[in-house]
Write a protein that binds this ligand. Structure first.
Ligand code: NDP
Length: 264
């Protein structure tokens, strides 16, 4: 029996156990996926090995710690320094990032996205910003505090805090902050958000399973929006390929995972 887990803090909201366990069940794979509350990200490798995991996903706030915990980093994760999926290869922790491709898949139906405003500057923002740049988009980042913005200074992006923000026209505004995940807070102060939402065509939130206060504001203004469910499914499908070392049909896995979400 193989054991998989998601590490995070908080982690009780995560739907990853449902999604992956339903895939194991569907394909009759002897494996189980659970949640692990991890307070100290520097203990990730120790916990992973102690539990004898075959693989794991990593969520807030440990995706950067996960990068440091790995013995080897592959693919897009090398570019962004952020890991959301780890596979145990003969006792070695191999790190990947499946969030960014999952997000691009999620916004497929939003057409002609050229200018993007990313709210937040954490692990998810890093992955999405790099992906948007790779796709040739013009990217601005707005974060509550200046510290995390420093990590984006080498990139061709515009960086703002709430204090010095200059609004422009955007095709898409994405919330990658955790504001609204556990509470009813907005990712930016309300007056700023009003300005931002009056200058965008589309809105997306990485948070899934709820209409966040941010998305409620978009809905009020009839702006087409997406919550993080499709992103969740997209990253989950790609993670399951890595966990199972087999590329089962993408659409079939997505369907199985999506059905499991309806159980919650
Ligand atoms: P991190 O902890 O790395 O970053 C959090 C970011 O949110 C920081 O920029 C922080 O700003 C900002 N922030 C936190 N609280 C507030 C607040 N109250 N108001 C404004 N800004 C705030 O988190 P991740 O990047 O790993 O995850 C972010 C969110 O994305 C989570 O809600 C997570 O669940 C979701 N997610 C969803 C996925 C999906 O598949 N749908 C995949 C990945 C993530 P500061 O620097 O000022 O502290």
């Amino acid at each position: 029996m193989q054991l998989f887990a998601i590490f995070g803090d908080p982690v009780h909201h995560s739907k990853s156990p449902l999604m992956h366990n339903s895939v194991f069940q569907y394909f009759d794979i002897k494996a189980c996926y659970t949640r692990i509350l991890l307070k100290d990200g520097s203990k990730l490798k120790e916990r992973f090995l102690e539990l004898g995991l075959s693989g794991a996903n990593i969520t807030i706030p440990h995706k950067e710690a996960a990068y440091n915990a790995c013995d080897e980093i592959r693919g897009f994760a090398r570019k962004v320094g952020v890991v959301n999926t780890i596979v145990n290869e003969n006792g070695k922790l191999i790190g990947y990032n499946t969030d960014a491709d999952g997000f691009i898949f999620a916004i497929e139906e939003f057409k002609n996205i050229k200018r993007v405003l990313v709210l937040g500057a954490g692990g998810t923002a890093k992955a999405l910003v790099q992906k948007f740049l790779d796709e040739g988009m013009d990217v601005s980042i707005l974060n509550r505090s200046p510290k995390r913005l420093q990590e984006f200074e080498q990139l061709n992006v515009k960086l703002f805090t709430w204090e010095n923000f200059k609004n422009e026209e955007y095709d898409l505004v994405v919330n990658t902050t955790s504001a609204g995940l556990e509470d009813d807070s907005l990712p930016v102060p309300k007056e700023l958000l009003e300005k931002i939402l009056s200058h965008t065509r589309y809105v997306a939130d990485a948070i899934y399973g709820k209409l966040t206060p941010f998305l409620q504001e978009a809905k009020k203004r009839s702006i087409p929006y997406k919550d993080g469910t499709d992103m969740l499914l997209g990253q989950g499908v790609l993670a399951s390929w890595l966990f199972l070392d087999k590329q089962y049909d993408k659409h079939l896995i997505k369907k199985v995972m999506k059905q499991s979400l309806q159980l919650s």
